[in-house]
Design a protein around this ligand. Structure first.
Ligand code: ADP
Ligand code: MG
Ligand code: ZN
Length: 491
């Protein structure tokens, strides 16, 4: 391992990602079949998506609009002329023996996405990742092997579902950057509402291209393409695995061969799928059943007018208008629903910084433990704001609040009601705290002695005793002050 990291430092990693996004349309890309997930096999099919002779494809306008919307959000150039092409290959998941895709005139060309990288000191660094293209294509069917004794079954429900393939430039330099890129891209797609981005249902799929080159070298090294990546974490792990493999190969004086590899998540390894020699020649040619057409600039501008505020802009606004730290802001906006929750809470006059802390630590921990999503949180934004306000106006301490929140979660009661019912109002009466301090000092002469002998931990223990005496209700700041004062006086 030590050896590896020494070797790795001599090389630079180069990564480009190809992401397939299922566009959230009601019907397929070239026919009226529904896109419903989980239907009975081959139920959502018709002569067009089954490739019967004589059937003709018709482009789904909504899919095109979603593709343009995504292109605009990724700062791409939207094509004036559009054309579809046939990508030919022979495999049972493809009944026509070709996939309708876009070859040389993709709907979106060029563009970029900003990603946020966490530096060692906790601050954020923004990096611009180039987008090569994003084009429309139809999905293939699915082979089923499980539970089949002889041969395989095929389900064409997925065949013809609209996909947008988003290809990045080889601008990513580490597995962590690849992970950050996927998070940022997913956030943009969710904000645009063009895809449900559900990885388990295959709405978001990613292939990773990886190579390494000696540091300072201008030419890229030979790349491999990794497929079968089922989660963002898998993408990160598979790239790391390949970087280590490439390093070993190059260090032993051998060469990397260009190939496609499959990631096995259980084994944590990649395996050869096919070499360059076995690569398909797709023999692209224009789809004769769909004529090239012009996309008016007017219609593009109409789509531009529907763009929502995007995650990066939202983060900047939260930092500017509410004083959030960049890290808090970017973490919140990554998840649109989480950011919505936050904004709804601070509308109820709760401080932004404290609200953000409570959402990101205590509330999310509770939600995760119960597997509840933020939009279904039993503690509503206004309820959380109520709790935060009680901390801010010193009615309860943060420590007590940590007990109140789970109770709100369980019972649906407001923070105020729970605090009143259980008599949890913070003790800020100096006299009452002084009495508790005196009691604690008298009962623990050993700790007092320790403190005087310079043992700082003794103070923590004494604070704890006072809090116990007041059932956790004493204002911690006042306890500290009074304790220190009394300890000094009696020295
Ligand atoms: P293909 O059509 O064979 O998949 P592309 O030219 O479309 O090839 O490239 C696919 C992806 O590979 C892109 O995301 C690109 O950024 C990336 N890529 C190209 N060259 C390299 C390289 N040497 N190392 C890493 N990634 C690369
Ligand atoms: Mg490719
Ligand atoms: Zn169909």
């Amino acid at each position: 391992m030590t050896d590896n990291s020494r070797l790795t430092t001599n090389y630079e990693t180069v990564i480009g990602l190809e992401v397939h996004v299922q566009l959230d349309t009601k019907s397929k890309l070239f026919c009226a079949c529904p896109t419903t997930f989980g239907s009975e096999p081959n139920r959502n099919t018709c002569p067009v998506c089954l490739g019967w002779p004589g059937s003709l494809p018709v482009l789904n306008e909504q899919a095109l609009k979603f593709a343009v919307k995504t292109g605009l959000a990724l700062n791409a150039e939207i094509a004036e002329r559009l054309k579809f092409d046939r990508k030919n290959y022979f495999y049972p998941d493809l009944p026509k023996a070709y996939q309708i895709s876009q070859f040389d005139m993709p709907v979106n060309k060029g563009g970029h996405l900003l990603i946020d990288l966490k530096r060692a000191d906790g601050s954020l660094e923004e990096k611009r990742i180039g987008i090569t293209r994003a084009h429309l294509e139809e999905d293939a069917g699915k082979l089923v092997h499980e539970g089949v004794k002889d041969g395989s079954l095929v389900d064409y429900n997925r065949g013809g579902i609209p996909l947008l393939e988003i290809v990045s430039e080889p601008d990513l330099r580490s597995p962590e950057e690849a992970y950050a890129y996927l998070l940022a891209l997913k956030a943009v797609l969710e904000y645009l509402e063009v895809s449900d981005c559900n990885m388990e249902e295959g709405s978001l799929r990613c292939d990773a291209n990886v190579s390494i080159r000696p540091k300072g070298e201008a030419k890229f090294g030979t790349r491999v393409e990794i497929k079968n990546l089922n989660s963002f974490k898998a993408v990160q792990k598979a790239i790391q695995y390949e970087v280590e493999r490439h390093t070993k190969v190059l260090e032993s004086g051998e060469k990397i061969s260009q190939e496609t590899r499959l990631w096995n998540d259980d084994k944590g390894q990649t395996f050869l799928m096919r070499s360059k020699e076995e690569a398909h020649d797709y023999r692209y040619f224009p789809e004769p059943d769909l004529v090239p057409f012009t996309l008016s600039r007017e219609s593009v501008e109409k789509i531009r007018a529907t763009l929502p505020e995007l995650p990066a802009d939202r983060a900047k606004r939260l930092i500017r208008d509410h004083g959030l730290s960049p890290y808090d802001a970017y973490t919140l906006v990554q998840d649109r629903k989480l950011a919505n929750y936050f904004e709804a809470a601070i509308k109820e006059k709760a401080g932004a910084k404290l609200t953000s802390n409570w959402i990101q630590s205590e509330l999310l921990a509770l939600l995760n433990s119960k597997k509840i999503s933020i939009e279904n949180s039993p503690v509503k934004p206004a309820d959380l704001a109520g709790l935060v306000r009680l901390i801010e106006n010193n009615t309860i301490s943060g420590k007590i609040a940590k007990d109140v929140l789970p109770e709100m979660f369980e019972t649906g009661k407001s923070a105020e009601a729970i605090v009143k019912e259980k008599g949890l109002v913070q003790v800020t009466d100096t006299k009452q705290i002084e009495e508790a301090v005196d009691k604690a000092l008298a009962a623990n002469p050993k700790s007092v002695e320790d403190f005087r002998a310079g043992k700082q931990q003794a103070l923590g223990f004494l604070v704890g005793q006072v809090m116990k005496e007041t059932k956790g209700k004493a204002n911690p700041k006042m306890v500290n002050e009074i304790l220190e004062k009394k300890l000094k006086i009696s020295t």
